[in-house]
Design a protein around this ligand. Sequence first.
Ligand SMILES: Cc1cc2nc3c(=O)[nH]c(=O)nc-3n(C[C@H](O)[C@H](O)[C@H](O)COP(=O)(O)OP(=O)(O)OC[C@H]3O[C@@H](n4cnc5c(N)ncnc54)[C@H](O)[C@@H]3O)c2cc1C
Length: 592
Amino acid sequence: MGAIVPQRCEVGHPVPSLVGCPLMRSKSTPRGMGQMVELLGLLAVVKFLSGPRPDLGRAVVPSASLPVIAEADVVVIGGGTAGVAAAVSAARNGAKTILIERNGFLGGTMTAGGVHIFMFTVGFPGFYREVMDELLRRGGRLPGSRAFDPEVMKDVLYDLVTSAGARVLLLSTATGVVMEGRRILGVVVETPAGAGVVKGRIFVDCTGDGDVAAAAGAPFLLGRWQDGLPQPMTLMYVLKRAGRGRVEGVLSFPMPGGRVLINATRVRGEATDVRQLTEAEIEGRRQVVAQVRRLKRRFPVRLLSTAPHIGVRETRQILGLYILTEEDVALGRRFRDKIARCSYPIDEHNPTGLPGTRLERVKPYDIPYRCLIPRGVDNLLVAGRCISATHIAMSSLRIMPTCMALGQAAGTAAAICVKKGCLPNNLDISELQRLLVEQGCDLGIDPHNVLLYLKSARAFSDSNYPPDEAHPDTGPHLAIDCDERTRWLSGRGPEPHWLIVDLGRPVAFDRIILRFEERYGGVYIVSDYKLQVERNGRWETIASVKGNRRPVVVHKFSPPVRARRVRLYVTKANPRDHIVRLREIEICAPAD
Ligand SMILES: Cc1cc2nc3c(=O)[nH]c(=O)nc-3n(C[C@H](O)[C@H](O)[C@H](O)COP(=O)(O)OP(=O)(O)OC[C@H]3O[C@@H](n4cnc5c(N)ncnc54)[C@H](O)[C@@H]3O)c2cc1C
């Protein structure tokens, strides 16, 4: 923690109000609500979260003078799935960054919410891969598994944040904002020693609930359109199972050491209302006890632990400059200002709390940067599950890898704003996208760059995996079809395996992007290969890689290379089955 800055900020205490009742569809804290204060010579307004719904009248609390306890370029609020990625990215991109978290450790739903497994999607961001590599290195997950040990995760996240140069303020809850017009000057935080203000230039709300955006007056949606009900909450728990085998009849995930993670309790309620949240915690615990009693009759299990708090799937969706819809998700819509990708299905657990889940496949879709920019607040970004999306769209994008991608994008954007002296709304999107790709984020195939759209392009390979029911087509053309869901599978025989792309005529290119199979914890990522071009009937190597661990590899060529035929020559596919799994080879023309 940095030193306490000897400044003071005159503010009042929060008073309960009726703003933001549950079941309203579009809400905001009314503008003008809050108290005028003077902060460092500026006339500012302090606004607080609306507070618990009052039914016992109001209490008037005398105004207080709050110390300014820290100051940074970028203030990230919420040290969970998105917030850690945001803080690391902002700090690594040169911004003086502080991360504020209400728990005594980082990770949010990944640790305190008891959700210890990443779902699969396209577009895993660079930060996710770093976390996965570090978990593996420290024994916090097994090779090929996306389940992890939450205790190792806490350490990994803390080390990543601090080694990036960001400061962390734990046990501090943001409860309000100090505003000047449409700008946030500081967030009010409640600490064990009382309240204080953290000042900043750009704020990133990663609280999951959009607490800061709501306090600043940004409008939001809550729940499904019919009745405002959000998805149910779940108290996650871990069983210890004697011997081998699964625990059936409940949604369960095997973990290392004979442990089984159970996602089976369902509690209806609105988690921004502390009374409903309290009831949910109690009801969640009741359900755990009843379920464990039943499971013990069928399996040799015992309860090891419950999550530190109930897991909240959905609360506020902060309305931004674009609202991602069910249609965007279902149709796999592409956006010019994409900053993340997702292909996780629509996964809406029944909001009434009764059994039943709407699970529907989607096409890989883009998430536009505009979903991160709240309406009406100039120097704020949001990331994580609370971005601008409808109830159904968020049921897909809410998974942890995508929340990390959103955090990485928001943190990087915040750092650019600080460097360039601009606001999130005026940022150069191509610079943000370039930085994200350089940081290992996968923004998908860009049809504007890909020469393979040329009608004349053809692909050939040394061998193909025999088609079967699971893989009806495995041919090399699938590596140049601009569809990241399909892939070329080489034959099973020993390496070398190769794939040639014939562009039909000599063309200049300055990048080749390879997308290898990412599933199964990355065990099938191609390890050793060369990129070659044909010159006078001979193959000339233009790039050579050994020990690759990245599913998406960008090769840059300066000056650009000119060739008609390009060959991917694999000398070591993977140690398991020697099959090359290539989703796409993109050969990109130089930008104009
Ligand atoms: C029961 C359940 C099961 C799920 N299963 C999976 C799964 O298997 N795989 C998967 O990939 N995804 C799963 N998800 C989805 C995923 O876990 C979440 O959507 C995602 O982690 C949310 O990330 P976030 O960064 O938005 O919020 P969080 O990770 O919850 O982070 C928010 C952080 O902000 C802090 N915070 C909140 N308010 C304040 C405040 N006012 N001041 C300071 N700090 C604050 C919190 O303490 C927390 O650390 C599941 C979710 C739930 C609830």
